[in-house]
Design a binder for this molecule. Structure first.
Ligand SMILES: C[S@@+](CC[C@H](N)C(=O)[O-])C[C@H]1O[C@@H](n2cnc3c(N)ncnc32)[C@H](O)[C@@H]1O
Length: 468
């Protein structure tokens, strides 16, 4: 009955949100089934606990925790919206006598580090980089949710536990590397639970990001992490597939990218691209800052310009008929956007949800210096400062490798977003140059090649590598 009342307070609060305020403060309130799944990650205890809820909304999360906690437990909930703070008070009073609701921004409240249970579904907004103070001097964050999470973790008592409902984006990419580093040094990652597909779980709230549950605790890293890789919202978590794995087997590279599944063992024989002198850079031309150099016709002293539109199957084709300019004029030479002639593998940075593959790779051979749009990544054998083209067989072999299903699957385990970023790609296990050459000889990228042929060719490479 109490749970129904708390769900009802949540539903009424959700229905009466003002659309402007909802957008501005990201008031996406957690539905009861997801709240129950999140709370089920806490370790049951008979002791009274101190509970904290940051950005408490209607108070649903801390109310479910308090409802399952021993008599004598207390809750502090912080919510900056006055109506939602009042709703938090009503929810929490259903289940707990010792309730403090603070109607203010979490950034104005000084918290001690004495909480046993911290729960949060914070706002997810991107923010201008800010530094959150830590005992080690501070860590840079670029999203509100990581700022909230850092406050949450710092409020934990020794042995205390924190469960957060957050996007999956912190697990990979460059923007979150400081945060990952800080978190991995500060607490134990105990559970990761990623929801299978977007939207379903917050359907009355229109949340589009891929959402996950994260459980951490204030102690040295536990031996294993429990991973639920494909959660559905309407069944208790303990009845959903999960595995216990060593954290080490999920972490990759010095940027500590965290994958959601253990890597396919067939990839273990290959080293990451970045360890093999293969560097991934982002195309240098941002078109709206360089409108004046774009041209519909070939210009004396100009260069060909490649967009993702020029990806035709596994080959970059130029020029093509499309509504984007196919050339830049000679002015581009002074803008630091021109790349040296030669062979490359180009990869889209943005895929659409409808696209079959996240990674879409195409081989490029250009006899002349050229320009690549900023929505493309390109693989070369230089450094972040200097672009050096690949040898032709490596460029072709790499295009096949990046087009294989095993690589696409690898990428989906690393990133929940449709963006393909260079930092993640650099960690991709990749055959040696010699092996890439063998791939290139077996299947020409120019042909009318289907996915089965690519996968069979890659499959033969695995057998060959194992046998040699
Ligand atoms: C995604 S909603 C989730 C609400 C609630 N935790 C739940 O799970 O239903 C985020 C909440 O944080 C509140 N909020 C946003 N910025 C805040 C801030 N700086 N301090 C306190 N609350 C904030 C919003 O008003 C909103 O209620």
């Amino acid at each position: 009955m109490t749970s129904e009342t708390i769900a009802q307070i949540r539903n009424e609060a959700a229905a009466s949100l003002s659309p402007e305020q909802q957008q501005q403060w990201e008031q996406f309130l957690t539905p009861m089934p997801v709240a129950e799944q999140a709370v089920s990650l806490f370790t049951p205890t008979d002791r009274p606990v101190r509970i904290l809820d940051l950005g408490s909304g209607s108070g649903i999360l801390s109310a479910v925790v308090a409802g399952q906690s021993a008599a004598g437990s207390s809750v502090v909930a912080i919510e900056q919206d006055a109506d939602l703070a009042a709703a938090s008070e009503s929810s929490l009073r259903q289940v707990c006598d010792d309730v403090t609701v603070i109607n203010d921004s979490v950034f104005n409240v000084m918290l001690d580090d004495q909480f046993d249970r911290v729960i949060l579904n914070p706002p997810y907004k991107k923010i201008r980089p800010m530094t959150v103070a830590t005992s080690g001097g501070g860590a840079k964050v670029t999203n509100l949710y990581t700022a909230f999470l850092m406050m949450a973790i710092q409020a934990l008592d020794e042995g205390g536990e924190c469960v957060a409902i957050i996007p999956r984006s912190w697990m990979n990419g460059d923007y979150f590397k400081d945060f990952r580093k800080w978190m991995l040094s500060e607490c134990s990652i105990d559970a990761l639970a990623v929801y299978g597909s977007r939207q379903k779980h917050f359907k009355d709230m229109n949340v589009l990001q891929e959402i996950m549950l994260l459980k951490v605790s204030k102690r040295a890293q536990a031996g294993t992490v429990t991973v639920y890789a494909d959660v559905v919202p309407d069944r208790p978590l303990e009845r959903q597939p999960h595995e216990s794995v060593a954290l080490k087997s999920l972490l990759m590279g010095k940027d500590q990218i965290l994958r959601i599944r253990q890597q396919d063992p067939r990839l273990a024989v290959f080293r990451p691209m970045s360890d093999q002198g293969l560097w991934v850079s982002t195309g240098k031309l941002v078109w709206f800052r360089n409108r004046d150099v774009l041209s519909d016709i070939e210009q004396p002293n100009g260069h060909p310009l490649y967009w993702s539109d020029n990806q035709c199957g596994m080959v970059m084709t130029h020029p093509i008929k499309c509504d984007r300019e196919q050339w830049v004029n000679g002015e581009a030479d002074s803008r630091n956007v021109v790349l040296p002639a030669g062979s490359y593998c180009l990869v889209n940075r943005f895929s659409s949800k409808e696209q079959h593959h996240r990674i879409y790779a195409s081989y490029l051979h250009s006899d002349v210096d050229f320009v690549a749009d900023n929505k493309l990544n390109y693989v070369h054998q230089g450094t972040s400062r200097r672009t050096v083209p690949l040898d032709d067989r490596s460029a072709r072999g790499l295009t096949l490798w990046l087009s294989s299903s095993i690589v696409d699957e690898w990428y989906r385990q690393v990133s929940g977003s449709t963006q393909v970023n260079a930092t993640d790609l650099r960690q991709l296990p990749c055959p040696s140059r010699m092996q890439l050459g063998v791939l290139a000889d077996r299947l020409p990228v120019e042909g009318d090649v289907d996915q089965n042929q690519i996968d069979e060719t890659v499959e033969r490479l695995f057998s060959w590598v194992q046998a040699s």
